[in-house]
Ligand binder design. Structure first.
Ligand code: SAM
Length: 206
């Protein structure tokens, strides 16, 4: 599992390596750009103003929302990722903290129109993911939405097919969402598939 230091070292080359994997249509990032575009369009269509990004990395998604006037909050544990994202979004409120232990205090006192987590939560165990999702949903304003875009599968059989296809590239340290299993715990959750290894999970607050 990559540590904060591991992400610090990956930060400068991150956008490039994600782009290459997405353009080749290979695991793990096939469908990445499409998912981020979809979340971006939905947030703008819904006229969301305040957006929290969990594990924002270099800020690929939130930089575009920021330039459209959204107010951005975020949490990440990599100092280098924060430095890169801050240079792109000087007015954003970024906090350094390990989200396996939940959101930092400052972010828990706010309310958001949308919360996004793209390609970040697979670093948590399913138990940690559940705890984080349950702590984030009450922070959404009515009608707000939590979007999780990630390596994700509709069924475990699809995950196993991808594991076989990926061969040695498969990352055993990462724990991916399997939608039909998550729907048992969160029946309101919706799942949309974007590639053989990418999916968007959304949770609207009624
Ligand atoms: C693969 S990158 C995804 C970045 C961005 N959201 C994107 O879509 O390109 C994962 C990000 O999550 C952060 N991250 C991973 N585990 C974390 C943890 N336990 N606490 C805080 N940040 C974490 C990393 O530092 C990194 O910036």
């Amino acid at each position: 599992m990559l540590t904060d230091r591991g992400f610090d070292l990956w930060a400068d080359g991150y956008d490039k390596s994600v782009g290459v994997s997405d353009e080749e249509g290979s695991y793990p990032f096939a469908g990445y750009k499409q998912i981020l575009n979809e979340i971006y369009n939905r947030i703008l269509t819904d006229k969301c103003n305040s957006v929290l990004d969990i594990g924002f990395g270099t800020g690929t998604l939130t930089t575009k929302l920021y330039s459209q006037g959204c107010r951005i909050w975020g949490q990440d544990f990599s100092g280098k990722m924060i430095e890169l994202a801050k240079a792109r979004m000087p007015e954003a409120q970024f906090y350094q903290g390990d989200f396996s232990m939940g959101l930092v205090e400052e972010l828990r006192h706010n309310r958001y129109d949308a919360v996004v987590a793209t390609y970040s939560l697979h670093h948590l165990s399913d138990e940690q993911k559940t705890g984080l999702i349950e702590s984030v949903l009450p922070l959404l304003r009515e009608g707000g939405c939590l979007y999780i875009g990630d390596v994700a599968f509709e069924t475990r059989a699809e995950l196993e097919r991808c594991r076989t296809l990926a061969g040695e590239e498969w990352d055993d340290d990462e724990i991916y969402f399997v939608a039909d299993e998550w729907m048992r715990a969160f029946p309101q959750m919706k799942f949309e598939k974007f590639s053989f290894c990418a999916g968007l999970l959304s949770f609207v607050k009624d």
